[in-house]
Ligand binder design. Structure first.
Ligand SMILES: *Cc1c(COP(=O)(O)O)cnc(C)c1O
Length: 370
């Protein structure tokens, strides 16, 4: 068996320990004589799995009292509709800050449901490379003080722009406006201040586990604002009241996510991951900054630690670069089609050794082609 270093943006690499454990438990989970995939979601075995997983999210993310942790389906894109359907029932004003491709998608979807106001945008429409490279200064955001919520994307997976601090709504002149954050691609990569948010959501397939599971953390006072046409299965209040089992949850994805949570706890939790992820990211950014061949566009202060887009100055070398990487077991480095170039995703399961192997290759390729 050979395992590669998988730099995919998602679905992404999982810890090997977790995959081995899942393999060992595949046919017979803890003497039940069944695979987790085959269990009733209402039975005592699966109930113990989901309860532990929900408790581990609370512990790992230090979710304060007064918030619900929900396991749902629909993914990040689904939440772009599910959030407005749950929050715009009484007041249909939605504000958004656009810092990349994902918040742009959220903006377009929210506009189908509400009266949308763009509070700030980092778009550089004229740029050929690097359409989103910064977070607009918070002092320049124009948030409506009576908006139902303000949406931001915590980490722009495609463009590589990350918020290292969530904005303070009172300082924005909108103390009563709940902050909604799409944390799909940096959840559990470092401590995130849940108390600053009304709601956080993320698909699991970037930094948690298999696709199919979506995590939502929502403050209790936001459970009562759903639009009359919000589908019951996506209604946060109903999902919360039923312990994330209003309908059949994605049981196997929850089980694997639960193994990842246990793995994270053994690693020292999100504080330990934050240190490791910072070290991995600076190893790669330093190598890119020191080179003459590679270039990055994102402002240093908001460079993502999870997703690192970079370009070869001579783009005619792209194919040769990717072929050489593949030959060394460094996979999925091609950039998103909307951005081009390269992208290395460095989620929790990517070891420092993988980043070191990539950096060694970057230098070697530059020597032979620079
Ligand atoms: C991947 C991603 C999404 C979309 O997730 P799906 O599960 O494919 O719907 C949304 N937001 C961000 C930040 C993402 O990285």
């Amino acid at each position: 068996m050979t395992r590669v270093f998988n730099f995919s943006a998602g679905p992404a690499a999982l810890p090997e320990e977790v995959l081995s454990q899942a393999a060992a438990e595949m046919l017979d989970w803890h003497g039940s004589g069944m695979s987790v995939m085959e269990m009733s979601h209402r039975g005592k075995e699966f109930t113990s799995i989901i309860e532990q997983a929900l408790a581990d999210v609370r512990e790992l993310m230090q979710v304060p009292a007064g918030y619900q942790v929900l396991f749902m389906q629909g993914g990040g894109l689904g939440e772009n509709a599910i959030v407005p359907l749950n929050l715009l029932g009484r007041n249909n004003k939605v504000d958004i800050v656009e810092t990349g491709s994902w918040s742009a998608k959220s903006r377009a979807e929210a506009a189908r449901y509400g009266d949308l106001h763009l509070a700030a945008s980092g778009l550089r429409a004229e740029a050929k490379q690097g359409k989103y490279t910064s977070i607009p200064a918070v002092a320049d955001w124009r948030v409506r003080s009576d908006a139902a919520y303000l949406h931001i994307c915590g980490n722009e997976t495609i463009d590589g722009v990350e918020f290292f601090d969530f904005p303070d709504m009172a300082a924005l002149g909108a103390p009563d406006v709940p902050l909604v954050v799409d944390v799909s691609s940096h959840i559990l990569s470092r401590p995130l201040d849940v108390s600053k948010c009304g709601l956080l959501f993320g698909g699991a397939q970037k930094n948690i586990g298999p696709a199919g599971l979506t995590l939502v953390i929502v403050r209790d006072d936001l459970l009562d604002q759903a639009h009359a046409l919000c589908p019951s299965a996506f209604n946060y209040k109903l999902v919360a009241a039923n312990g994330s089992m209003y309908n059949t949850p994605p049981t196997y994805s929850i089980y694997i996510a639960g193994l990842v949570f246990q793995w994270l706890k053994r690693q020292g939790g999100v504080a330990a991951m934050a240190e490791r992820n910072a070290a991995k990211a600076s190893l790669l950014y330093d190598a890119l900054d020191q080179s003459e061949l590679y270039i990055t566009h994102v402002e240093h202060a908001c460079r993502s630690r999870m997703n690192v887009p970079f370009f070869l100055r001579d783009e005619s070398l792209n194919e040769a670069f990717l072929a050489g990487a593949k030959a060394r077991g460094l996979l999925q480095l091609k950039g998103h089609k909307s951005v081009g170039g390269m992208r290395a995703s460095l989620y929790n399961a990517m070891p420092l050794a993988g980043v070191q192997a990539l950096v060694d290759y970057l230098k070697e390729f530059e020597k032979s082609h620079g």
